[in-house]
Design a protein around this ligand. Structure first.
Ligand SMILES: [Zn+2]
Length: 171
């Protein structure tokens, strides 16, 4: 198992190809008491029902193609977007059932990805996948490296940066 890494010259038993966030940033920012009072968090959804407008979040998958490593063909950020009340209701009504072709919603990106300029509130297209798979996130056209990387792909060296602290190295 594992592979010889062209980036660092070592053998990696395990090379993680995804990094995920368990919660959207607005939830993360709440105190323990506020969470208990206002927030409902699951592995896939989050609703904040505090003072002010109710907010809805879903966890999705943002895929980045990896250009130079055929075995590990894509890296995935597991991250959250906020949806409108109507979109969230639609998300819930779809459940794990089939999804009409091209069906999707608008969402605001709700995490700060490391190794990028601020990614909070980037505009996303959110595409449900059905079958219990998390929705796929597409960055809308803009002048942000995350958009360019999703369009053009990234290198294994870039993935190496993302997962550096998670890597187990030989010796
Ligand atoms: Zn390496």
């Amino acid at each position: 198992m594992g592979f010889h890494c062209a980036c660092c010259g070592q053998h990696h038993d395990d090379f993680p190809m995804d990094v995920g966030f368990d919660e959207p940033l607005p939830y993360h920012a709440l105190s323990k008491q506020e969470r208990a009072r206002y927030a409902k968090l699951t592995a896939d959804t989050c609703v904040l029902d505090g003072p002010g407008e109710r907010q809805y979040f879903v966890r999705g998958v943002l895929l980045l193609p990896v250009r130079d490593h055929p075995e590990l063909n894509r890296f995935a950020w597991g991250a959250w977007v906020s949806l409108s009340a109507a979109s969230f209701a639609d998300y819930e009504s779809l459940g794990d059932g089939p999804v009409p072709a091209g069906h999707g919603w608008f969402g605001w990106f709700c995490n700060r990805l490391p190794h990028y300029p601020d990614t909070l509130n980037l505009k996303m297209d959110v595409y449900p996948q059905g079958g219990g798979e998390r929705p796929h996130l597409r960055v809308q056209a803009c002048d942000h490296p995350l958009y360019r990387e999703q369009q053009n792909g990234i290198t294994l060296a870039r993935v190496h940066e993302f997962v550096d602290e998670l890597l187990e190295r030989e010796g």
